[in-house]
Write a protein that binds this ligand. Sequence first.
Ligand code: SF4
Ligand code: SF4
Length: 281
Amino acid sequence: MCRFCHAHGDGKRWYLQAANYAEDLLNDLERRRYINEFIHWLGHLQLSSLENELKPAVGAPSWLRQLIFSFYERRYRRDHFGQVVPIEEVDQVLRLANSIVRIPCLCRKATTGKTDALYCFGLGLDPEKLLDVKQSFLETFRPGPDVKFFERLTHEEALQIHRSLEKKGLIHTIWTFKTPFIGGLCNCDRADCLAMVSYRYDLKLFFRSEFVAVVEPEHCIGCRACLGSCQFGAIGFSVAEQRAFIDPFRCYGCGICRVPCESEAIHLMPRSDHPIAARLW
Ligand code: SF4
Ligand code: SF4
C-alpha cells in the first residue's frame, strides 16, 4: 500500500474511499480557491518554463538535487499528487464521484498549445462552486476557470471514453486537490503530460499503481506486440526464451501493455504480493 493508503485510506486503497470525494471537502473555501489558482496558473504555464525551473536542479550535485526534489515532492504531496490506476479501478473511481465533467487538458495546453485535447476529467468539481470563491479585493480581478468548456458526463459515458483512450496507450491517473480530496482523473502520455515530463527529470509527482504487471511465460507466444506499449520502458524481450518480460523496478502497474497482447499473457498482480515491487512506489 502506498503512503496515502495509510494516511487517507485507513490501510485500504485511499482512492476507493468515498470520504476522499466528499462534497464537504470541496466546500472548504481554501481548497476551492486552490483549485481556481491551480487551473489559472497551469493554463498560463509553458513547457519551457517548467523545464527552466527544473534545469538548475537537474544540473546540481546529486545531494542538492535530492534536497530540492524532496522539497517539491513534499509540497506536491500536500497539494496536488497523483497515482496510476488501471482501467478496472477507473470504473470504481467514476462510481464514487458525485459528478463527472470532461475538460480540456491543461498539461497539453502547456506543452503543445492545444486547447482541444479532451483527456482530463473533473470529479465532483461543480463549475458554479468553483467560480464562487472571491474573498478579497484582489481576487475579484482573477477570472475563475472557463466553465463553458466543462462537459458533464454520465459514469457510463466517462468509462467508455477511458476505454477508448486506453486503446490509444494513455495511462490513467488520479489527482488530489489539497490532499486527500480527489478531484481529477487524467489520461497521461510521456510526450506531453507535465507529471510525466517531471518523471523524466526524476521528480516523482505520482505514485505507481497498487499493482505490477507480470508476463505468464506459458501464455506468451513471443509475438512482440507489447514491446512498444510501455511508457516507462519496463518491457523487455528474451531472445533466448522467445518471450517478453517485465522489469518490476520500472513497472508502474498501469496495465496498458495488456491491450496489444492478444494471447492475454500479461496480467496485473497486487504490488504487495510481488517480492520486488512491493516496496517500490
Ligand atoms: S509494464 Fe505494463 S503495466 Fe507496467 S508500466 Fe509498462 S505498460 Fe504499465
Ligand atoms: S504481446 Fe503478449 S504474447 Fe506477444 S510478446 Fe508480449 S506478452 Fe508475449
